[in-house]
Design a protein around this ligand. Structure first.
Ligand code: SAH
Length: 214
């Protein structure tokens, strides 16, 4: 194995200090080269612990948030996951290291196409990506054992809860985008109803209904 770059090691140490303790999550972040997922002007910041702009006015999340959400999702190599909001594809690529299969939906076609190209370049074969409105989920592939939403919803989307299997976990930011902060929550689907755990404040772009024109 190739030794990780110093700036990757520095980032992983920072994540550990911030409370990311799952070695599999840290290993997945070590394996996925974030520089392939950021736009050229931000290459020198690829391993800084902050969010960066991508095309279509969207952002690739801060590595700490990617790690926190991945850890909270508690996946293993048999898990089938739905991600809503492919964006750059970075979060999906991290999940793909740890899961059996990742289904991911994006409403902006250019972002989807770039992400799919990155998955090919990295020879990641267990991601299925599609243009679609993720607030409606992916009924043909449901139920999912895990769902991760990487854009902020006003409320927990009932259609996504419906596509979560009983005992399954969904991690998502909830609250008004643009109003500052949202609340990162971990939803567990029970036999009847759901259990909600609060993981702390986060800042995400909004979950927008429908497919984008661009
Ligand atoms: N997971 C991404 C984060 C991207 S930001 C990454 O690792 O880079 C959130 C993404 O959600 C944006 O690309 C945005 O276009 C997308 N999005 C917002 N609403 C959506 C919806 N209803 N369906 C699918 N994607 C959506």
């Amino acid at each position: 194995m190739v030794a990780a770059e110093p700036r990757v090691i520095r980032l992983l140490m920072e994540l550990r200090r911030q409370g990311i303790s799952d070695p599999r999550v840290l290993g997945a972040l070590e394996k996925v080269p974030r520089q392939l997922f950021v736009a050229a002007p931000f290459l020198d910041q690829a391993y800084e612990n902050h969010a960066l702009p991508i095309a279509c006015g969207q952002t690739v999340s801060q590595p700490y948030i990617v790690a926190l959400m991945t850890q909270a999702l508690a996946v293993n190599d048999r898990t089938k996951v739905l991600e809503v909001g492919t964006g750059s594809g970075y979060q999906a690529a991290v999940l793909a290291q740890l899961c059996r299969r990742v289904y991911t939906l994006e409403r902006h076609k250019p972002l989807l196409q770039q992400a799919e190209q990155r998955f090919r370049t990295l020879r990641i074969h267990n991601i299925t990506a599609k243009l679609g409105d993720g607030s409606r989920g992916w009924p043909e592939q449901a139920p999912f054992e895990r769902i991760m939403v990487t854009a902020a919803a006003h409320d927990i989307p009932p259609l996504l809860v419906d596509q979560l299997q009983v005992g399954g976990i969904m991690v998502l930011p909830v609250g008004e985008a643009g109003s500052g902060e949202q609340d990162l929550v971990r939803v567990t689907r029970l036999e009847q109803g759901i259990d909600i755990q609060h993981l702390g404040p986060v800042r995400f772009v909004p979950l927008v209904e429908g497919i984008a024109d661009t």
